[in-house]
Ligand binder design. Structure first.
Ligand code: SF4
Ligand code: ZN
Ligand code: ZN
Length: 332
């Protein structure tokens, strides 16, 4: 059996691009040191920050939650978790269970927002009513709720679970389709817009998908092994993933090199040209006088539901009884 290159104990992983074996303890430390380095290198989190971690119940958000809740003591920041109940049958029931178990195990406060409670419909029902692909409606609703909860919490950053494999694929896809302004949003961090939107950070920017999976397993963080039934395995993303993985096999480390270089040049990519304004219904970020969530829900129910969503989220945030954040830069 292979031995850990540091302590000689039984190895659980081989880090190809570093050509070394690691035991369980040293593997966990290795992943945490990568996350710690990314937080410092890309100035993701400062002392005193309140960081919102959206948890889907999957491995990547479980890894972000575990690592950040450990590192929060070292860096002096606060972590709050958010789970969005999408109402996608059995999958959503199990994801919610896994998210609650993970947050309880780590002692992290958790907010659970139900799409059905806010809109009266589940995600598949909203998609049918809007006659749009389910993932496009789901993405829109999730982005809206995550930002809304972050604003109401007075959070300083939203920590997303995108790993190095995801980001390599998204950037290649944006390059192939020449959606270059999208690349400017795929860096390790995006900035906040006061009162309207909270910036995103990606602590797993340099962590591979396999590493994220093994970290969640070894730290015994509860997570759901199955994927959403709506994942499209024939999508361009999934096909690109296969190609980039075979390139990584031949040239270990190529994804990380690409992402590091991209982070250095992120300001050179064009920014999205949409005007920044405030939705007249809910007061959050929009590119016109109505945000896409208010527009979608108005079309389906006859009412823009952003204001109702704000009310529901405000009372959920209040029930957590967190310390007030008067000094937060992101309160409207
Ligand atoms: Fe939503 Fe499932 Fe589509 Fe992901 S795969 S965007 S969770 S519907
Ligand atoms: Zn070891
Ligand atoms: Zn709105």
């Amino acid at each position: 059996m292979a031995k850990c290159s540091i302590c000689g104990g039984p190895a659980v992983a081989y880090i190809r691009y570093q050509r070394r074996y690691l035991c369980d303890r040293h593997f966990v430390e290795y992943v945490e040191s990568k996350i710690r380095r990314a937080i410092s290198r890309y100035k993701m989190i400062r002392q005193g920050y309140r960081v919102l971690v959206p948890v889907s119940g999957g491995k990547d958000s479980a890894t972000v939650l575990t690592a950040l809740s450990k590192l929060s003591r070292e860096f002096g920041f606060e972590v709050v978790a958010l789970h969005i109940d999408l109402g996608i049958g059995d999958y959503s029931v199990k994801s919610k269970e896994a998210s609650i178990k993970a947050a309880n195990k780590l002692g992290v406060p958790l907010i659970v927002v139900s799409v059905k409670e806010i809109t009266g419909y589940t995600i598949p029902e909203l998609a049918r009513k809007a006659r749009r692909p389910v993932c496009s409606v789901c993405g829109l609703v999730k982005r809206y709720i995550i930002n809304l909860v972050a604003v109401e919490l007075g959070a300083d950053a939203v920590a997303l679970g995108h790993n190095a494999d995801d980001l390599a694929v998204y950037s290649m896809k944006s390059f192939i389709t020449q959606d270059l302004s999208n690349i400017s949003k795929l860096g390790p961090k995006t900035e906040s817009i006061k009162g309207l939107a909270v910036g995103r950070i990606r602590p797993l920017y340099e962590v591979y998908e396999k590493e994220s999976y093994l970290y969640a397993l070894l730290t015994e963080t509860p997570f759901l092994h199955e994927e959403c039934p709506n994942v499209d395995f024939s999508s361009m993303e999934n096909r690109l993933k296969v190609h980039i993985n075979s390139l990584e096999e031949e040239k270990p480390g190529v994804k990380i090199t690409m992402l590091r270089n991209m982070a250095k040049r992120i300001r050179d990519y064009p920014k999205p040209q949409l005007p920044i304004s405030r939705c007249r219904h809910c007061g959050l970020l929009s590119s016109g006088d109505e945000c896409s969530f208010c527009r979608l829900t108005k079309r389906i129910t006859g009412q823009p539901l952003g204001p109702r969503a704000r009310e529901v989220v405000r009372s959920l945030v209040a029930s957590l009884q967190l310390a007030p954040r008067q000094d937060s830069a992101y309160k409207s």
